[in-house]
Design a protein around this ligand. Structure first.
Ligand SMILES: *[C@@H]1O[C@H](CO)[C@@H](O)[C@H](O)[C@H]1NC(C)=O
Length: 154
C-alpha cells in the first residue's frame, strides 16, 4: 500500500514539474503550467475564482466541491479537458458545460450524482470521452448523448 502511495506521489510530482502556483486571488491555491491548471486534492468547497480564461486542462478531482453554478466554467471557452472526479457533486446545472464547445473529455466519476440533465452535454459536439462511473445514477436519459456523435469512450 505504501509502495502504491509512493508511486502515485512520484507520478503526480513528475506530472507537474514545471507547475507553479497560479497567479491571482483564490486561484493561487492551484498550480498552473502553460494552459493546464492543477487544483486536485486541494481543500476547496467551492470553485476558486480567477481560473485563467486560456485554460485547456482543468484538474479538480479530490476536493470537497459540492455545488457548481451554471456559469462556473462559462469563461473557459478553450477548455479541452475537465476532471471533476472524487468530489461531492449531487447535481449539475444543465448549462454547466454549454459554453465549453471545445471540450473533448469530461470526467465526473465518483461523485454523488443521482441524475444528469438530458441536455447537459448538448453543446459539446467535440466530446470524445465522458465518464460518470461510481455515482448514484439509476439510468441515464436516453437522449443524453444524442449530440455527441464523436464519443469514443464512456
Ligand atoms: C479545510 O478548510 C477548512 C476551512 O477553511 C478548515 O476548517 C479545515 O481544517 C481544512 N481541512 C484540512 C484537511 O486542511
Amino acid at each position: 500500500m505504501l509502495y502504491v502511495v509512493t508511486v502515485i506521489v512520484i507520478v503526480s510530482l513528475l506530472k507537474q514539474t514545471n507547475a507553479l502556483p497560479c497567479s491571482g486571488p483564490q486561484i493561487s491555491v492551484c498550480d498552473c503550467e502553460d494552459t493546464k491548471v492543477y487544483c486536485y486534492g486541494r481543500n476547496l468547497t467551492t470553485l476558486p475564482s480567477n481560473i485563467p480564461i486560456t485554460t485547456t486542462d482543468l484538474y479538480l478531482s479530490n476536493t470537497y466541491i459540492s455545488t457548481l453554478a451554471e456559469d462556473a466554467f462559462a469563461d473557459l471557452v478553450s477548455l479541452d479537458s475537465i476532471v471533476l472526479s472524487n468530489n461531492a457533486l449531487s447535481s449539475l446545472p444543465v448549462e454547466l458545460f454549454s459554453r465549453n464547445i471545445n471540450l473533448k473529455s469530461i470526467n465526473l466519476d465518483s461523485n454523488s450524482l443521482s441524475n444528469i440533465p438530458s441536455e447537459l452535454f448538448s453543446s459539446n459536439i467535440k466530446l470524445l470521452a465522458i465518464s460518470v462511473a461510481n455515482n448514484a445514477l439509476g439510468s441515464l436519459p436516453g437522449e443524453l448523448f444524442s449530440f455527441n456523435t464523436n464519443l469514443e469512450f464512456m
